[in-house]
Design a protein around this ligand. Structure first.
Ligand code: HH2
Length: 286
């Protein structure tokens, strides 16, 4: 094998740059939920053709990567079976992975393995390697990038009554521990990014505090991912106590604010508008 290259799934894969080189600040991750029940889009990308078209459109609009997922993690969601998750995402991955930059949003090793074989380069794991004991090995072997996300509880119950002493200190300690676990499992630290998990077992105030003190999480030395797009905290902050989503305007403000406090990757549904807003923010701060 030539120096600087590695073999995965029978193919030579050029060694990847550090995550922060591959995804400079700010980079936009476009969300493609191949689900009938996601909180944010009501299933508009559930059909393969719709998901593929959305992925290409997000790429054209400036997304650095598109995040394809087949299982909703919205509050109250039940998990889906391996077969069902594969049935949803594989046709989409066959059409786009390798042709444009793709992340797979999964906690299942088998889904990640199939996605990486098809050309995905990034695993977005909301379980932070706590869900499937074989996922870390799949990521390590493939050399993929990975996002580790903080969640209190599990999607079915996480929004029932989330509590913390100091939310930032607890999320930081968790992410530091999961980063150490990933590295101990053979994943290179330079391929890992961290996500405080906006809305994953957090109140509105917890989510705001995490963005307010994002510099403390950035001090862990790894790029930070923020996914505030369309989340219910935005709608609730704006005065609807029953909101299950939030508007685009507040989503953009959240992304720009997070970027200014150190976020690297912004995970969003409305790529064009976020790319435009972040281009301005970057021009001012760069
Ligand atoms: N949020 C959701 C799903 N995956 N991944 C990361 N890294 N960060 C996030 O904040 C995040 C995530 C939930 O949003 P969405 O995918 O739009 O909804 P659903 O889980 O209902 O499909």
């Amino acid at each position: 094998m030539r120096r600087g290259r590695l073999l995965y799934a029978g193919r030579l894969v050029t060694e990847r740059p550090r995550l922060e080189q591959r995804f400079p600040r700010p980079s936009v991750m476009g969300v493609v939920n191949v689900t009938p029940d996601s909180f944010s889009d009501g299933g508009v990308h559930y059909r393969t053709e719709a998901a593929v078209a959305a992925a290409w459109a997000m790429h054209a609009d400036g997304a650095a990567i598109v995040d394809v997922g087949g299982e909703s993690t919205r509050p109250g969601a039940e998990g889906v079976s391996l077969d069902e998750e594969l049935r949803r995402v594989v046709p989409v991955l066959e059409a786009v992975a390798g042709a444009l930059p793709v992340s797979i949003d999964t906690a299942k090793a088998e889904v990640a393995r199939r996605a990486l074989e098809l050309g995905a380069e990034f695993v977005n794991d909301v379980s932070a390697l706590r869900g499937d004991p074989t996922l870390a090995g799949v990521v390590a072997e493939s050399g993929a990038y990975i996002c580790l996300l903080h969640m209190q509880g599990e999607p079915r119950t996480m929004q029932v009554d989330p509590r913390y002493g100091d939310v930032v200190a607890e999320v930081k300690a968790f992410l530091e521990q999961r980063l150490a676990f990933a590295v101990a499992e053979g994943i290179r630290e330079e391929r890992v990014c961290l996500d405080p998990g906006i809305g994953f077992g957090k109140t509105v105030e917890h989510n705001l505090e995490l963005v307010r003190r994002l510099d403390e999480l950035a001090a862990l030395g790894r790029p930070i991912v923020i996914g505030f797009s369309r989340k219910r905290s935005l709608g609730r902050l704006l005065g609807d106590p029953e909101a299950t989503t939030g508007p685009l305007s507040a989503s953009i403000a959240a992304a720009v604010t997070a970027y200014e406090r150190g976020a690297t990757i912004l995970r969003v549904h409305d790529v064009k508008e976020h790319v435009e807003a972040l281009t301005f923010a970057r021009a001012v701060t760069a």
